[in-house]
Design a protein around this ligand. Structure first.
Ligand SMILES: [Zn+2]
Length: 160
């Protein structure tokens, strides 16, 4: 992974999960940091890929759904490709970045000013249905224990 070059970040081991993306300089709020790239696919193909197990982890399997990103009503982006560095960005319940679609491209933007050395994170925005399969270990003060879109947080009965 030493070949990945970007002016804003480096990839290294993360205490949240596996590898993470870390700011190598101060980044101002609103800066588009990296594009979430991948294969543009139809919703039907996306639904098919969502159920395919990709990797076997200690705790659980990682399914294709993890890397699928909604682009618009007709297409999704499948980010499970080697050239998609943004796939290394971890989820956090109190993130410093957010995903935004700008003219048909998914950008990970700084949500606030980020200091050099901070790990970049965004809320993956997962739905409520299968939240128990996606535990969160971001350890931020706002952590709800699951990787879950904030709009669903009020439905959680057990807060960590
Ligand atoms: Zn969390």
């Amino acid at each position: 992974m030493g070949k990945i070059k970007n002016r804003y970040f480096v990839i290294r081991r993360s205490s949240i999960h596996s590898n993470g993306v870390f700011a190598k300089k101060d980044i101002s709020a609103g800066t588009p940091i990296i594009e979430y790239v991948g294969e543009k696919i139809t919703k039907a193909e996306s639904d098919r890929r969502a159920g395919i197990p990709l990797l076997k982890h200690k705790e659980n399997n990682v399914f294709g759904a993890v890397y699928l990103f909604e682009l618009n009503k007709r297409h999704d982006i499948d980010g499970f490709v080697p050239y998609n560095t943004a796939r290394f960005i971890n989820h956090a319940c109190d993130p410093n970045c957010e995903a935004e679609i700008i003219r048909g491209h998914i950008w990970i933007k700084a949500l606030r000013d980020i200091r050099k050395g901070e790990e970049l994170t965004y809320n993956y925005g997962y739905g409520y249905e299968e939240h128990e399969d996606h535990r969160c270990e971001c350890r931020t003060k706002r952590c709800v224990g699951y990787i879950l879109a904030e709009e669903h947080w009020p439905k959680l009965t057990k807060v960590f």
